[in-house]
Design a protein around this ligand. Sequence first.
Ligand SMILES: Nc1nc2c(ncn2[C@@H]2O[C@H](COP(=O)(O)OP(=O)(O)OP(=O)(O)O)[C@@H](O)[C@H]2O)c(=O)[nH]1
Ligand SMILES: [Mg+2]
Length: 223
Amino acid sequence: MVLERRRTPSPKLHLSLSLSIQTRIFKIIVIGDSNVGKTCLTFRFTGGSFPDKTEATIGVDFREKAVEIEGETIKVQVWDTAGQERFRKSMVEHYYRNVHAVVFVYDVTKMTSFRNLQTWIEECNGHRVSASVPRVLVGNKCDLVDQIQVPSNMALKFADSHNMLLFETSAKDPRESQNVDSIFMSLACRLKAQKSLLYRDVEREDGRVRLTQETETKSNCPC
Ligand SMILES: Nc1nc2c(ncn2[C@@H]2O[C@H](COP(=O)(O)OP(=O)(O)OP(=O)(O)O)[C@@H](O)[C@H]2O)c(=O)[nH]1
Ligand SMILES: [Mg+2]
């Protein structure tokens, strides 16, 4: 009787294979007043739906979505931050550390949330976020057409003066879901085209995840 001997990879080979797997992660933080819809926007992008119920975010909620850009799978890691001061103050340093892109959100039906953008931008600048880190402006809750307080031209002027793209959208309206996706996808495309982005080295040997700085080649992303 002949017994077939199956070849299984040695633990050593297995380890070196897993070490070679590197997934590029883009860290995008979402900032703005409480209640403007940051959680709903990030939920819409990563989960494809509008949450039935939300509560004020405490600290930060992480949501991740794998996207494919020009054949490369990239993880977009969205940091849904807390708008309320008492729920964010111990976390602020973590929000801005190694951030790749910033999404500033205001509520189109609430002028104060638009006026407060200046404070959010100052906080961001105060945490040594480089000028090369892309930033976009999002006016949310556009479905509430009868309650709009922030005119588009005012928002556009503000966005232009801060070198940001403006998206006016609604996390709630399913017809706007592509527009919500394009907020994050346009950033991911821009980031892919930049150099010096983070890679994640998955170190299974000791179970730790280490972030290292790498240099990336150019891309021809159409965004
Ligand atoms: N009509 C409408 N309501 C929205 C929209 N997005 C969010 N909301 C509502 O606005 C409220 C606040 O939404 P959240 O996403 O929790 O707000 P947030 O910015 O995360 O608030 P904090 O976590 O406290 O910073 C909730 O009642 C949502 O249902 C939208 O696009 N349209
Ligand atoms: Mg929230």
